[in-house]
Ligand binder design. Structure first.
Ligand code: NCD
Ligand code: ZN
Ligand code: ZN
Ligand code: ZN
Length: 391
């Protein structure tokens, strides 16, 4: 089959270091199949499936199954993320070596949604990971600094009494883990950086020679705490939407390379868990199908990033961070291609029921997105063309 790519921008297929596919355990909200379809539509050729499933992905049986299921669907390479501990709140380290050696070849470990808050557990995890050559991804959400269940802060949140989740909850963990990584000679990856202070800390740590990388989500580039004024549960997410000055610092850091890459934190939830009072809503929002357009809106159109830079933050850097040799680079002649074709002039409206994800918890419903992913190819096979998923 021939794809007419006239006028399109061809980028290496996107690599998402932070996706929640909800399988096993919450197949009512997303499955490896429906999440893979959403990924293909978003231009992705590889996603990292987070470990906070039910049961938790803390052993090789589960991580191998996630990998195999992804291969069977065949729309995107699904790389399992392993849990750092046995259970997400445990203190006992999981058998990371077994997961790294399994068919799922786990390259990254995380206690997502919980963060490794015990400093000694994090220290031992970094030491273990260094020996294995794998990466620890840190959610940087110190639970002992948060107040109650409501996880937002900023002027609008303060006016509404939603003052739960201060910047220090994130930044204190980033600082701590930079120092632990230094002492362990380890690499640490910061998930969903959300504050200007985190940017400064990552920049400082790197200047000291510490091996630290960081990702930012599309929603933290675009949305701010002003959105909370409506009490709409769709805007609840961890870490919280912060202030315009934070979003501005995150955009500048992504342009400069202080923040390495964009990761979606695609977090599907059932409507009854989101369309409710803010404080009762589960944190998290969809991300895979809208990530590139939001990057165009926040970074390309204002002139902060060119298309070369988009390839870097959506594909090359994430592939380098986790070590995926077949992703994130230009294709040689004769080699099967991982590609996303972009029409930067075709805008579209987000209709939640039209998304390929099994869930509809997007905060962007009704918004106009400035670019379309016209086709995605995984090793030369068309996985999506004109929005139609090729199963
Ligand atoms: C994530 C989820 O729903 O699993 N939620 C979120 O608000 N980001 C967990 C996480 O990444 O912290
Ligand atoms: Zn998180
Ligand atoms: Zn914790
Ligand atoms: Zn997450």
């Amino acid at each position: 089959e021939v794809v007419d790519a006239g006028g399109a921008i061809a980028l290496p297929g996107f690599v998402d270091l932070h996706t929640h596919l909800r399988e096993p355990g919450r197949e009512d909200t997303e499955t490896i199949a429906t999440g893979s379809a959403a990924a293909a539509r978003g231009g992705y050729t590889a996603v990292f499936a987070m470990a906070n499933t039910d049961p938790v992905a803390d052993n090789a049986t589960i991580t191998d199954n996630v990998y195999r299921a992804g291969q069977e669907v065949g729309l995107v390479d699904v790389h399992p993320v392993g849990a750092v501990t046995v259970g997400l709140e445990g203190r006992q380290l999981a058998e990371m070596g077994m997961m790294a050696a399994g068919v799922g070849r786990v390259k990254m470990f995380s206690d997502d949604g919980k963060c490794v808050d015990d400093p000694l557990v994090m220290r031992r995890a970094l030491e273990y990971a260094t020996g294995l050559g794998v990466l620890i991804a840190q959610h940087a959400e110190e639970p002992r600094l948060t107040v109650g269940a409501v996880a937002h802060e900023g002027p609008t949140a303060a006016r509404l009494g939603l003052t739960g989740w201060p910047r220090a909850a994130e930044e204190s963990i980033v600082a701590r883990d930079a120092l632990l990584a230094r002492d362990a000679g380890a690499r640490v990856h910061i998930c969903h950086a959300s504050t200007a202070g985190t940017v400064e800390l990552v920049n400082w740590a790197r200047a000291q020679g510490i091996s630290i990388t960081a990702e930012v989500t599309p929603h933290h580039l675009l949305l701010t705490d002003e959105r909370l004024g409506t009490y709409d549960g769709l805007n609840r997410v961890n870490p919280p939407l912060r202030e315009a000055s934070d979003a501005e610092a995150l955009r500048a850091a992504l342009a400069d390379g202080v923040i390495d890459c964009v990761a979606t934190d695609h977090a599907p939830h059932a409507m009854q868990d989101k369309c409710c009072e803010f404080a009762a809503a589960r944190p998290g929002m969809l991300g895979l199908e809208t990530a590139l357009p939001i990057l165009v809106d926040t970074m390309v159109e204002p002139g902060l990033l060119d298309w070369r830079g988009v390839a870097r933050v959506m594909s090359e850097r994430p592939a380098e961070i986790v070590g995926l040799p077949d992703q994130g680079r230009p294709i040689a002649v004769g080699e099967p291609a991982n590609l996303a074709l972009i029409d930067p002039t075709a805008s579209w409206e987000v209709v939640p029921t039209d998304l390929a994800s099994k869930s509809q918890n997007t905060p962007y419903g009704g918004m106009t997105m400035p670019a379309t992913i016209t086709a995605t190819l995984l090793r030369g096979r068309i996985t999506q063309l004109g929005g139609e998923v090729r199963w």
